[in-house]
Write a new protein. Structure first.
Length: 567
């Protein structure tokens, strides 16, 4: 395997690399006095101050172990001549909040996490930063904050959970969501559902398939802001301690060389990240997040770029939700370095892009070690599909665009009658009560970034559809988004969204919708003048929240087509 998590060879001297205004000079005695109260010494305060931003929570497995990893990160910082200062920020578990009102907080948390990291780092004048991440929104938030601050920094992913074992097969949280639909359809007993629930998540770590957390973890490695191979190491692997220590040492090397996030997050690096998502059949959420990261770095990135790059990138990794294997299998096969090596061979990435290791991506990829006989990552000559898993659709129903993942879809077109629901809950209830029939196209609206607010994921609904045996015949379109665990014929991120007067607000039960992947079209087969008449009669719905962070977010957030950013 690559030595992407090997300590960087060059370390900062123990003397400060320049003065920090927080602790330097006689007039900063009050600040030093308060810092000494919590255990820092004069020697500590003369060294570079390195923020260790931790997204630890004890609510769910994804970030549960980050408290322990932070200890190793701080040891790495100290050994390389810096003084670590750990602080915490928030995290919302998508898997736990899915299908509830609480899920509205998930995407909003991405902005809050980035904002809070920025505030603590600016407030304390940190010389460098290591951000520990786990659950879905913490990962892009780390890159967004690093791009904003543009101080030497590294992202460290806590790693994947091990798969559970149930009825002689490996299972993930995806299987539990789909089991809910099977249970409602009467094909899974109460006892079996309970046994699956007990077995699916055996310990710490983020969700095990190529869902959003693992998708964004590999994207940040190809982006260069995390060391290649660092995220592949599973959460409970004993080697994770060395990975964490290396991250602490690495930030000091970046500081010594004055290599900053915006030197690394370039247009080429963003395209490499998109290619990593496409070749692994990754989550559609990567579209939102990479556009948002590009925005923070001052780089223009559009939906069309995803379609273009996915079209030239072969689908090589056989990973859940559409494939056979989980993230721990990928690690055993050779990890993200093996994926990079394949994409270099395919000419699908720019291998000259710099990374936090100080070596270009090509060099990092060349160090990959492939396990003989592995079946997780295909050779370039035998891809699962000749093109990647992401497509962008446009048409009369989505003038600004919509996002679809086709890595697990066998059909490329569907024409059907709309079944319209104004909330996720209403659609889920219809699926659970067997009110959806083969050939229907479910429309879920008023779940966009502003209308939700928070653009909830629809895994509860999509899982129920698959579990009910309708995955091969029913399609779903929404201005909301999907979990990385979603599979099937599902179109999300429709823009403009319903709450801002997009055409999806004009759809009525029985209208014909056409999804045409080949021609990248999503159309409502209703005359333009009829659609305009309906929209002329349409009224903006009352906001779900009149005050607080969700109300503020609903007012500020941009379209999904521009990353759902707030600034």
């Amino acid at each position: 395997m690559s030595d992407g998590f090997t300590p960087a060879p060059n370390r900062a001297d123990s003397a400060r690399l320049g003065g920090n205004p927080l602790t330097t000079g006689a007039h900063r005695a009050p600040a030093r006095a308060m810092l000494k109260a919590v255990g820092f010494t004069d020697a500590d305060l003369k060294k570079p101050l390195i923020g260790v931003a931790n997204t630890w929570i004890e609510i769910g497995p994804c970030n549960y172990h980050l408290r322990d990893l932070a200890v190793d990160v701080k040891e790495g910082v100290r050994s390389a001549g810096g003084t670590p200062m750990e602080f915490n920020t928030v995290s919302i578990s998508d898997g736990i909040t899915m299908g509830t009102e609480g899920m509205r907080a998930s995407l909003v948390s991405r902005e809050v996490i980035a904002d809070s990291i920025e505030l603590v780092a600016r407030g304390n004048g940190f010389d460098g930063l290591v951000v520990l991440v786990g659950c879905d929104k913490t990962i892009p938030a780390a890159a967004m904050a690093l791009a904003r601050l543009n101080i030497p920094g590294v992202a460290l992913y806590g790693g994947s959970i091990a798969p559970g074992a149930w009825n002689g097969k490996n299972v993930t949280i995806q299987d539990v969501f789909e089991a809910v639909g099977a249970h409602a359809a009467g094909t899974l007993s109460d006892a079996d559902l309970c046994r699956l629930e007990d077995a699916a998540c055996p310990g710490a770590g983020a969700c095990g398939g190529q869902f959003t957390a693992n998708t964004m973890a590999i994207a940040l490695e190809f982006l260069g802001i995390a060391a290649l191979g660092s995220g592949s190491v599973p959460a409970n692997d004993p080697k994770k301690k060395a990975v964490a220590r290396a991250a602490g040492e690495r930030v000091m090397d970046l500081l010594r060389r004055n290599l900053r996030p915006r030197d690394i997050i370039t247009r080429s690096a963003l395209e490499n990240a998109i290619a990593s998502v496409a070749t692994t059949g990754g989550s559609t959420n990567a579209v939102l997040h990479l556009v948002a990261i590009a925005h923070e770095a001052g780089i223009e990135l559009s939906l069309s770029d995803f379609d273009r790059i996915s079209a030239r990138t072969p689908l090589l990794a056989d990973l859940k939700p559409s494939g056979r294997f989980v993230a721990t299998d990928l690690h055993a096969a050779g990890g993200s370095p093996l994926v990079a090596k394949r994409l270099v061979e395919a000419g699908a990435i720019n291998g000259k892009s710099p990374t936090v290791t100080g070596r270009p991506l090509t060099e990092e990829a060349a160090a990959a070690v492939e396990t003989p006989g592995q079946e997780v990552v295909r050779p370039v000559a035998r891809p699962l599909k000749p093109t990647g898993g992401l497509v962008i659709l446009r048409g009369s129903l989505a003038p600004e665009g919509a996002v679809m993942k086709i890595s697990g879809a066998d059909r490329l077109q569907q024409r059907g009658a709309a079944r319209v629901f104004d909330s996720e809950e209403a659609a889920f209830d219809a699926v659970q009560h067997q009110q959806i029939k083969a050939g229907d196209i479910i429309v879920i609206r008023y779940e966009g970034p502003s209308g939700g607010p928070g653009m909830r994921e629809m895994l509860a609904v999509t899982g129920a559809i698959v579990g009910a045996g309708l995955g091969d015949s029913v399609a779903l379109v929404t201005d909301g988004r999907f979990s990385g665990a979603t599979r099937g014929f599902m179109v999300g991120h429709i823009a403009p969204e319903a709450s801002r007067g997009g055409p999806i607000a004009a759809v009525r039960d029985g209208d014909t919708i056409v999804i045409d992947v080949t021609n990248r079209r999503l159309d409502l087969e209703v005359a333009d003048n009829v659609v305009q008449e309906r929209l002329a009669q349409w009224k903006t719905p009352r906001p779900r929240y009149a005050s607080g962070v969700l109300a503020k977010y609903a007012k500020l957030v941009s379209s999904a087509s521009t990353g759902a950013v707030t600034g």
